[in-house]
Design a protein around this ligand. Sequence first.
Ligand code: PLP
Length: 363
Amino acid sequence: ESQDRVFNFAAGPAVLPEHVLRKAQSELYNWRGSGMSVMEMSHRGKEFLSIIQKAESDLRTLLNIPDEYSVLFLQGGATTQFAAIPLNLCKPDDKVDYLVTGSWGDKAVKEAQKYSNPKVIWSGKSEKYTKIPAFEELEQSADAKYLHICANETIHGVEFKTYPNPKNGLLIADMSSNFCSKPVDVSTFGIIYAGAQKNVGPSGVTIVIIRKDLIGNAQPVTPVMLDYKIHDENKSLYNTPPCYGIYMCGLVFEDLLEQGGLVEIEKKNKRKADILYNAIDESKGFYRCPVEKSVRSLMNVPFTLEKAELEAEFVKEAAKEKMVQLKGHRSVGGMRASIYNAMPLAGVEKLVAFMKEFQAKHA
Ligand code: PLP
């Protein structure tokens, strides 16, 4: 029942809209008169084909994806893409640039080192990943094949608001934690990739949006499962795909369209983020968000308490009021509230009210 559900501020897997879960429940053991659950269907049958085609078509509408781009539904998480990208786009000696604004970008470079010759053209590590530099001031490698960024750093709460324009025009973005949270001009990217488990579905599905001319140059050692050409030619059905996850993503895409598309979604996300950041900034230092204001994430809001010894109590007391998963990532500590698309405004309002009360009690 609704009243049993918590406000789940987890970074991913994360909250999904209750009405979407209910729709899935209503179709769980008999999908639209087929007499089967989506979990039981052949991935090559007409029922599942209709599901994956509709999911792709709705995603294309949502993000206004140009025809020159392929949409792939893959497995292995965004982490697998850290390797797949250099394997598909580079020869082992090819230079590539990475702009590192948090730990996910850092992980992406480390993986790229195995299959290409990456250069970190900027890293925010020494400033604890709280900034994004002005791109014009950075020096790119003259012959870099691409520039890689993480559009939203989930752990540090740092989000690009405008995108760099690399010399050769090939920008690649990990959008795992802000995928479908706002409109994006897909045509400015070579590849956009995202794990589904934050904004658009359960874990197990990875979405890759790739400009078609980039497909077909994989290094000979590339495992077949990482070769974009194989997945593109087979329309994501080379092997058994994560069928149920794709179905769930499809229900979420449908729901986002029904809500008015990503322009409307962004408005809701901005409103929620504003309320939460304002509460932090107006707390006179009791709460603090370390991220520079201009690049604060609409999705993941990290904050610390002036009295760090109160953090455990904050998390515990919030949980008693059914607000869970507020502990920051183990690598940075503090708190983090992830407020993805499916986090209702009421959840953010309740958190802010709780924060004020907690402050009053401990000031
Ligand atoms: N990139 C970002 C921005 C993330 O937030 C995550 C999160 O889990 C990953 C990559 C890794 O994704 P996965 O666990 O799907 O491999």
